[in-house]
Design a protein around this ligand. Structure first.
Ligand code: GAL
Length: 432
């Protein structure tokens, strides 16, 4: 069972923040049909690739990209520098220590947007715009994504490997039916969703599975988006929406209520555990980015068609966006190897293999997604027609320091160490 409700009916909707639009791209793929330069590698050696895709479906995505890298650049040896912890919860601190100690990997994963700016400001990554010309990347990505990656002086500091959507609810139809619900039901907003959450809770299953702090911040951002709408949500990050205002209070009340439906062991879990609760039939709903799609696809316990997905209630027609991208660190030990990795990460073949396995969609507009999953087809369409906003928990909306302060405030609130008013003023302080 599937829901096609991720695709907004409002084609051509206003695009916020990114101004991303459906576009065909010129399809300039460089020297070869697979989009890689495919040229002779003049050098070889180890290429340490630092990510947080250490296990499960995320590692399967990375493995797919590595498979293409090994075909395209056989003289280089991929070295897996992955550090476990969803959303880079452990990786980012460790990476920062390494960068500050002058011990960078050959390339690392960073989110397009404010998070990337952190590394640029700290002079920790190199301008790779020359590689855009060399690999034919400029026309391969949506123009507004390239704009977003380009600094005022025309430099570009990373190559995006994908586009993920954050505002998705995943559900187990059997759990919903056991609770007397119609798995195909639509929920216009959070108020409409509470009835279903109550029913699942009364049936004895966890209504809304969640995990450690970053997944709670992830839920928070989708609730802010649902409650405030895309313009005021975007205003939270550019200072035009008042964090101390009554709309934010209302959003935080929703967040508090939703947290009341979640599993008590949440703080000891990471996202795969929370998503697995839905797959296993222990929970009804889970709010997670569409890397969860890869987990559902991988799960042997559930038929590939036997799950439901829909935008977080109140966010239909909105695409809460993030993109993973790869960098050339200053002082990378094997810059030719970095260049080879960036070539593969940006290539048509690399993006097709990686994203098919990862649950995301290619950043390239000329990639063939016809054999991607049904969910991914909805994401392709939604990305082209929805209003795009930037993810908080995944580095698009704010610098890392702001996200860290928001995470601390969220954790205090959800562990009972602060009340709602304190939470709201701490969020306001975090974003000043
Ligand atoms: C995001 C990242 C995704 C996925 C997710 C969960 O920050 O962009 O690719 O890995 O974390 O770990």
């Amino acid at each position: 069972m599937r829901s096609g409700r991720l695709v907004s009916a409002t084609a051509g909707a206003a695009v916020l923040a990114l101004g991303l639009a459906a576009c065909g791209g010129s399809g300039d793929t460089g020297d070869t049909s697979d989009g890689s330069t495919g040229g002779e590698d003049m050098a070889g050696g180890d290429v340490e690739v630092f990510t947080w895709w250490a296990a499960g479906s995320e590692k399967a995505g990375l493995d797919a990209l590595v498979g293409v890298f090994e075909e395209q650049h056989p003289d280089f040896t991929f070295v897996n520098g992955a550090v476990a912890g969803g959303a880079g919860s452990a990786a980012k601190d460790l990476l920062q220590s390494r960068l500050q100690a002058g011990d960078p990997p050959d390339t690392f994963q960073a989110h397009a947007g404010a998070e990337l700016q952190d590394y640029i400001d700290a002079a920790q990554i190199e301008d790779v715009s020359a590689l855009y010309d060399e690999f034919g990347l400029t026309d391969a990505f949506p123009p507004d994504l390239v704009d977003r990656l380009t600094t005022e002086d025309g430099a570009i500091y990373s190559v995006p490997s994908n586009i993920h959507r954050a505002n998705v609810v995943w559900a187990n139809p059997t759990v919903l039916e056991d609770a007397g619900l119609d798995p195909a039901a639509e929920y216009a907003d959070l108020d409409a969703w509470y009835e279903a959450l109550d029913a699942v809770q009364e049936s004895g299953a966890t209504a809304l599975s969640i995990a450690t702090t970053w997944t709670q911040v992830h839920l928070l951002e989708t609730v802010l988006l649902s409650t405030l709408g895309p313009e005021a949500y975007t205003g939270l990050w550019d200072g035009s929406t008042d964090w101390e205002g009554p709309e934010v209070t209302a959003a935080l009340e929703h967040f508090e209520r939703l947290m009341g439906y979640t599993n008590g062991d949440r703080d000891g879990l990471d996202w795969p555990d929370a998503t697995q609760q839905v797959i296993d039939g222990d929970a009804g709903f889970n709010v997670m980015g569409d890397w969860a799609e890869a987990a559902f696809q991988e799960a042997g316990s559930m038929a590939p068609d036997d799950y439901v997905y829909f935008p977080v209630p109140g966010t239909d027609g909105e695409f809460d966006f993030l993109a993973d991208s790869f960098t050339m660190p200053v002082g990378a030990p094997n810059p030719d190897g970095t260049r080879a990795w960036l070539d593969t990460a940006g290539s048509t073949e690399g993006q097709e293999a990686f994203n098919k396995a990862k649950g995301s969609i290619p950043a390239r507009t000329d990639a063939d997604t016809s054999d991607f999953s049904e969910y991914q087809q909805t994401a392709v369409e939604a990305f082209a027609s929805d209003t795009i906003v930037s993810s908080l928990a995944h580095g698009a909306a704010t610098p890392v320091a702001t996200l860290n302060a928001i995470s601390d405030a969220t954790s205090k609130f959800t562990t009972g160490a602060s009340d709602l008013a304190t939470f709201q003023s701490e969020l306001a302080a975090a974003t000043m």
